[in-house]
Design a binder for this molecule. Sequence first.
Ligand code: HEC
Ligand code: HEC
Length: 275
Amino acid sequence: MIWWTLSRRVIVMSPVVVACSAVFLFMAGCIGTTPPGNDNNNDNGDGGTTPAEFTNAVAARGGSLYDKWWAAAGVAEPTDDHPLWATRPDTESNARVGSDTWRCKECHGWDYKGVDGAYASGSHRTGIAGVFGTTRSAQEVFDLLADADDHAFTDAGLADADIWDLAKFVLEGQIDTDTIIDDQGAFTGVVADGQSFYDTSCLVCHGADGLMIPPGADDDHDEFVGTQSNDNPWEFQHKVRFGQPGSIMPAQFDLLTTDEVGDLGAFSQTLPVAP
Ligand code: HEC
Ligand code: HEC
C-alpha cells in the first residue's frame, strides 16, 4: 500500500504536527488549543459555564458531521424528510427529499451563510438562514440540535458526543469564506504557495493534476480536485478542512490557516476539470 505509506509519511512530516509534538513535550498541550483555521471569534456568551462536554468536543469531527453526519458517525441514513424541511421559507426552488434534507449544509450552506450566501439562488435555495456568527451558547446549540421538536438529531440516531462535536464546529470551526473566495467564486490565495502544500499533502491520493481516482473511490468517479474547486469553491474549502466523510481523506483543520486553505484553493482552481 504505497499511497498509505506515503500519506503516513506526509502526515508525520507535516511541520505543524512536528511543531505541535514539540509543544506537547514541553507544555502538554496541542489538544484543546484554538486551531489556526478558526477565525469565528465567538465568545460562547454563557458567562463561563461552558459544559465540559463542549470543552472536550472535537470541532474537526463536527465539521465532518456537518457535511454528512450519518457517514461521519456510521449510523443509519435517514429515509424521511427532516422535520424542519417542510417549514423552509422557499419550498419551490429546492425539491430534494429524503436524506439530503437532513444534511446541515443543505439548509445552512457550505459557506455557513444559508440564504445570505451561495444558496441565495439556484436549486439548493431554501430561504433558511445561515449559522455563521450565531450568538447562541454551546448549551443552546446543543439543545437546539438535540430537541425532538426542533432539529431532532438525537431521535435521528446521533449520540450526545456527536452533537457536542457539531456544537464545537458551529462555534469554533466556521470561517468567513468571503475572506478567501471572491464574489466570482475565485480563491484569492497565492497559487505557488498552494501548489507546495498540494504536492506534499494531496498529490499522493489525487495525482499531480488532481485527476487520479483517489483510493477507495468508485471507478466511475467523475468529480476531481479541479472540478470541485471551480464548480463549488465553498464546498471545496469545507472538504479540505474536514475531509470527505466516510473516506480516508484526512481533515486539514488543525494544520492549515484560513489563508493557506485559500492558497490551496487558488492552486486547485488551476487544475484540469476532466481527464
Ligand atoms: C431542514 C433544514 C435544516 C437542517 C438539515 C439543519 N438545520 Fe439548523 N436550522 C434550520 C432552521 C429552519 C433554523 C432556524 C429556526 C430554528 O432555530 O429552528 C436553524 C437554526 C440553526 C442554528 C441556530 C442559528 C442561529 O442563528 O442562532 C444552528 C446553530 C443550526 N441550525 C445548526 C445546524 C446544524 C449543525 C445542523 C446539522 C447537524 C443543522 N442545523 C441542520 C434548519 C435546518
Ligand atoms: C489519503 C488519501 C487522500 C488525501 C491525502 C487527500 N484526499 Fe481528497 N479525497 C480522497 C478520497 C478517498 C475522496 C473521496 C472520493 C469519493 O468518495 O468519491 C476524496 C475527495 C476529495 C474531494 C471531493 C471531490 C473528489 O475528488 O472526490 C476533493 C475536492 C479533495 N478530495 C481534495 C483534496 C485536497 C485538496 C487534498 C489535500 C489537502 C486531499 N484531497 C487529500 C482521498 C484523499
